[in-house]
Ligand binder design. Structure first.
Ligand SMILES: Nc1nc2c(ncn2[C@@H]2O[C@H](COP(=O)(O)OP(=O)(O)OP(=O)(O)O)[C@@H](O)[C@H]2O)c(=O)[nH]1
Ligand SMILES: [Mg+2]
Length: 597
């Protein structure tokens, strides 16, 4: 349905993608020879291939009902297209991808033919959507809609990004909550929306926990800040940060926005209004994120899923082959033994997670020491020319001007190389630590496979190399992040009230305090970004490992159950079937080796 115009991939990324595509084609060909028993596996590989060809990166807007998810997407698209209301509205996930013109496609469960709708008027498109995606138009999904896709010419979507509008959780429509959970495996990253009315709830925090476990990246937005005055806005952001911090293992960045004001501004071509609504910042962050990380996250996540699925299929093949030789009673006994081995593996998994957390704490402590050393150095370097001016310049206005100029220049000049330096040190340490964890976790996964393999007398070969891990990265540094503006207040008051000499003395004291404050703010900002990068990397890493292990266990168990079924039905496997299984097994093992995961 969508046209991926330009997926923003570098030539290296395109080459990687083509390689993966080629491998998936080979897998498809090999697995399709295996017939019905492996049709699930075939579907999984097909859908991976589709994702890869479309180059689609799926960013979902998630949150409680009525937080303004659909309004936010309308603002980003610059049109009142998705239905919004004060009552729970969105009932069907709606995928929005790039296309030359606005059009809607509705696909149904079962045999019903899909509907394509395009129209020149925004209103008729919106009315059409109302009938299919809203609770009012399509209560409890009576129309059996499987999927709604919108194509839209928005620039934001040009690089193969698909935005997903989702039903809100927590309303009286329980099925909406279910759908909001079910959509998670189809997403690559999330925009999590909350608002101050009421503040974040327990239900949202539980949902967020699930999101954090499954998705490598979540952005946080506090919507509807147009309801708040400045003090309320600060209090709301602080409260939200307090609530989110334990779940994010660090203080997350939350952008305050008004999606409604943003939408109004977009529709009226009001640039200042767009900026004031906070939506410009959201848009820029997203564009930045898509340019920097989209391809990497997508490729990594699809390669990982391909490896996981290949491992599952290979395991099933091996077990099928082994089960051919075993009597049913013996097979049952071995399945039971496998189950009994799982609690010990679960305990080891918990222990590995504890070690990972401990390492994160240690590295954060080291970082804090580095940040304190940086604070000391920054004070010396940035305050020193200021002190020189204070000693030599007696004209108060001139002093003020020179100090300001020097600070604006010195802050980025000092901090740019320093950030690079600290980042490199921390990156190196984090990468080393994570590589060790990777090894431990590979061993654990191997243990599951080995247990199953030994129980079923399958010759066992450990994979030649584990994946190397280099994902730690401090995200989002740019020069805009340096704070180099000093507080302009104070000067006018003192000019009126104080004598010249006294005024100069007061100005000197104020300038020193302001420069010091500025240094501290910058240092805090750097520390915060690095801590966040660490938290994010370790969290993502832990979640990935846990998922890999769980998948291995499920795949092994399923393979055994299928084998048992076969054995129970006494199906006579011919030599030809056995040969076919073996041949496919060889092909898939070769492909897995090429993928090196
Ligand atoms: N004041 C204010 N109202 C907003 C803002 N954003 C959305 N709203 C209003 O909040 C209500 C809910 O907005 P929707 O976009 O439908 O919310 P949703 O999260 O998509 O809701 P569900 O689809 O039911 O989960 C509507 O009346 C919007 O006009 C905002 O920034 N400020
Ligand atoms: Mg909605």
């Amino acid at each position: 349905m969508y046209e991926p115009l330009n997926d923003g991939a570098t030539p290296e990324m395109s080459e990687c993608r083509n390689d993966l595509l080629g491998l998936l084609d080979d897998v498809r060909e090999a697995v399709s020879l295996l017939g019905e028993d492996y049709s699930d596996h075939l579907c999984d590989f097909e859908s991976l291939r589709e994702r890869l060809t479309a180059g689609q990166f799926r960013l979902a807007v998630l949150g409680q009902f009525k937080r303004g998810k659909s309004t936010l997407l309308n603002a980003l698209l610059g049109t009142q297209l998705l239905p919004t209301d004060i009552l729970p509205v969105t009932a069907i996930p709606t995928f929005i991808g790039h296309g030359e013109q606005v059009a809607v496609q509705v696909t149904f469960e079962g045999d019903e033919a899909s509907i394509h709708f395009d129209s020149a008027t925004e209103q008729s498109l919106s009315d059409f959507l109302n009938e299919y995606v809203t609770e009012a138009g399509n209560p409890r999904n009576q129309r059996r809609v499987a999927r709604v896709e919108i194509s839209h010419p928005s620039e934001l979507l040009q690089q193969g990004v698909v935005l997903i509008d989702t039903p809100g959780i927590g309303s009286t429509h329980k099925h909406n909550t279910e759908v909001a959970y079910q959509i998670l495996p189809q997403c690559d990253a999330a925009l999590f929306l909350v608002s101050p009315d009421p503040p974040i709830t327990e239900v949202e925090l539980t949902y967020l926990q699930d999101i954090q476990q499954r998705l490598p990246r979540t952005f946080f937005l506090l919507n509807k800040v147009d309801f708040l005055d400045e003090a309320e806005r600060i209090a709301s952001l602080r409260f939200l940060a307090d609530q989110l911090t334990p779940l994010c293992d660090g203080v997350p960045q939350v952008l305050p926005i008004s999606a409604r004001k943003g939408l109004d501004a977009r529709q009226n071509g009001d640039q200042q209004g767009w900026r004031d609504s906070g939506m410009l910042q959201v848009e820029q962050n997203l564009i930045d994120f898509f340019a920097r990380e989209k391809q990497q996250i997508l490729h990594a996540s699809l390669s990982r899923r391909t490896c996981d699925q290949l491992n599952g299929t290979i395991m099933q093949l091996k077990l099928s082959l082994s089960a051919l030789m075993l009597p049913e009673s013996e097979l049952k006994l071995r399945i039971q033994q496998f189950r009994q081995s799982l609690p010990a593996i679960e305990r080891e998994k918990e222990a590995a997670a504890d070690v990972l957390n401990g390492d994160l704490k240690r590295i954060v402590k080291r970082l804090n020491n580095e940040v304190e050393a940086l604070r000391k150095r920054a004070k010396e370097v940035i305050l020193s020319p200021v002190e020189d001016y204070i000693k030599t310049i007696s004209d108060t206005e001139e002093l003020e001007r020179l100090v300001r100029e020097s600070v604006v220049e010195d802050v980025p000049m000092f901090f740019t190389p320093v950030i690079r330096e600290i980042t490199a040190t921390i990156e190196e340490e984090a990468t080393e630590l994570l590589a060790l964890h990777q090894q431990r976790s590979n061993q654990l996964i191997e243990q599951v496979r080995k247990t199953a393999a030994e129980l079923f007398d399958i010759p066992y070969h450990a994979p030649s190399a584990g994946r190397s891990y280099t994902a730690f990265e401090v995200s989002g540094w740019s020069h805009d992040l340096f704070i180099s503006d000093m507080d302009p207040l104070g000067q006018r008051i003192s000019r009126k009230l104080l004598t010249r000499k006294f005024r100069h003395k007061r100005t000197v004291a104020r300038l020193r305090a302001e420069v010091l404050k500025l240094v501290n703010q910058n240092v805090e900002q750097i520390g915060w970004a690095l801590r966040r990068g660490l938290d994010e990397s370790f969290r993502q890493f832990g979640a990935e490992l846990s998922e890999q292990l769980d998948k291995t266990i499920v795949a092994s168990r399923k393979a055994m159950e299928i084998a048992l079924e076969k054995s129970a039905s006494h199906s006579q496997q011919t030599a030809a079937t056995e040969a076919r299984l073996k041949q496919t097994l060889n092909t898939l093992e070769g492909i897995l080796e090429t993928l090196a995961c």
